[in-house]
Design a protein around this ligand. Sequence first.
Ligand code: MIG
Length: 801
Amino acid sequence: MIVNTELEQKGNLFPSEIINYKKEVDTLHFSTKNGVALQVTVVRDSVIRFRYSTTGKFENDFSYGITIHASRGYSFLDVTENATHYILTTSKLICKIEKLSAQVSLFDAIDLKLINEDEIGFHWEESYEFGGDIVKMSKACQKAESFYGLGDKPVDVNLKGKRFENWATDSYAFGKDTDPIYKAIPFYTAIQENKAYGIFFDNTFKSHFDFAHERRNVTSFWAQGGEMNYYFIYGPEMEDVVKNYTDLTGKPHTLPPLWALGFHQCKWSYYPENNVKEITKTFRDLKIPCDAIYLDIDYMDGFRCFTWDKKHFPDPKRMVKELEDDGFKTVVIIDPGIKIDLEYNVFKEALDKDYFCKRADGPYMKGKVWPGECYFPDYTKPEVREWWSGLFKELIEDIGVKGVWNDMNEPAVMDVPNKSFPDDVRHDYDGNPCSHRKAHNIYGTQMARATYHGLKKYAYPKRPFVITRSAYSGAQRYTSTWMGDNVATWEHLAVANNQAQRMAMSGFSFAGSDIGGFAGQPQGELFARWIQLGVFHAFCRVHSSGDHGNQEPWVFGEEITDIVRKFVELRYQLLPYLYTAFWEYINEGTPILKSLVLYDQKDTATHYRSDEFIYGEQILICPILEPNAKGRRMYIPRGAWYNFWTNELVVGGKELWVDANIDSMPIFIKEGAIIPKYPVQQYIGEKKFDEITLDVYYKEGKEASKLYDDAHDGYDYKKGRFSLRTFKLTGKKEELIIQQHKRGDFNADYSKFRMVFHNLPFQITTIQIDNVAVQLEDLNTTETQSITIGKEFTELHLFGK
Ligand code: MIG
């Protein structure tokens, strides 16, 4: 039984036989004898939406999850009918709907094999307490099927055998397997028989997913209200499922400013001003690159949002300017709770304009958070979001703050058993009034959305930067995210690794954990290992509660400081590589981190691997997750990979011991890759440089690599001011050819590439650039050979012997 039956006499209800069918452009409408309506909409050849109503009438079709920019359109659609089924065919999928039961099955249109079928399919239970239905779906689970996704769940990568709940929850010091935590992302990908498909259950009520936990051969999902409304997304590659889901729910609207991909330092809390300055100065003194410093709640006056504690921060504008002059962007926290205080203009205005959430019978939704008793804006109302955006004018435009951190937006409330609003609170839901049962999971996303629009407006012509704790599907359009209040333990380091991969395969790549752990204090060794992992997450920030001591890179002694510096420097060197991956993400929806199963689903050995992942397209990472390690066993995916530290070439498809003392970690580069590197900078824009490095990893055969670049901030890139270079490498026994193709009209400051050749199996004798022979003088004769060349070459040809 999926949920407890509400009243004993009521059990599950099912659609009866289909008695009516009508086709309207891309939508098929079915109705059953007992009044169930089913709408089947072809969104794309590989994406079909299923929507059920038990009353025969549908609610207003409104979703915060689906973006208006989602691609629509299919190349082929055919509907036929036989004695038992309706059959819908696209170029990718065949969908059969059984006349007697309305049960659905889906097949690959090319090899005609079954991909997924309803077990009992759609069913429901009437909700005695709230009205409407508890809507349920159960699908057959195949024997070797496995499951991935669901956002921030702190569990191993494969979800099979587990059951989950989606209900955004403030979860201080959550543990491995705690469920639910901060986010609600009701999307998963399944793989069976080498075919991947996804299901996005776009329902914001509390929802549940069961992956063959209750019954070995059944996968089911259900929600405490709303519609059974899900999108079936076919791959057959997992990466295509994720890309299609990301297309539906949205890619980030803008690239982040490059500084947002730098290293960030945070703590609860840095104050007063001279403490902040001491921290930033130490970064510069110790030459540990850093781009952003965060102010947690104590910068405010009595935790009132949009105010400053004038004692600790007498002149915020001056301070922010001085930090900026030293290369630090200031990011400040803003919570949703607005202190009840008639002298406080933000409160007063929202009260006058009726912007706060109210209880069912009319009183305000009152709850205690950091400022004491608060009211909470209803961000699900467009007018309230507009107002909220406007509040950022002073902070951003005048004071010069560059980023905003939205916390507590599950929403979190203190000293109440459910840690949030009661169910009866009313929300506008963009003109579809509802209770908190429906708006809860989307509240944080709408807050981050309003914050994003404020930043976008007032930071213009610069790009906005927002970070949120709570999120529903689609939040990635507006904001980055972190995983909330983790703990300084080795287990949590593994959790952070799983969560970042899981978020990426859930369409949300701009994510990272509190490096070092929020609660508790790490030993230096754990901190160093966490930094090593964190520098390979798109969002890279050290944060801690500060309750248990300091957590800056230098508090663990010189050895650890040096290790931190080494890896943060590596992050800064690899920024053009990360930026290129980010560009792929915002254009194609390609996840920046790829779990091995997403990278190579055909290799079933990857289906249960959690530790290793691919960073971007060509770098394999495996964090060290245990104390006192001198290395570890790890799985090397198929293909051939160079050990980043030793240049040793290993052939994958097997487990391997890899050495990694505390100052090292397993990093491998795909054979044939060309990896771009900047010189080390202490912050983005510190230096202008005339050349960047391309690390070329020899391969006998072909491999393509990319390098994206633009002004690193602003919007000119949207008007063509970017450059996208594609490098095609072809290696032969005594030759190496690199062809470059460039798109876009951005011209970077640097004019040259320093090409460093790794593992060339020959001595270079002749070099041709664009078919003209050049002198060999630039060449080193050491093992690593390198050459400096003008960046606009179209073909570089090395001959050797
Ligand atoms: O109740 O603002 O997850 O990152 O430092 C705690 C103080 C509120 C929780 C966030 C954490 C932040 C802290 N906040």
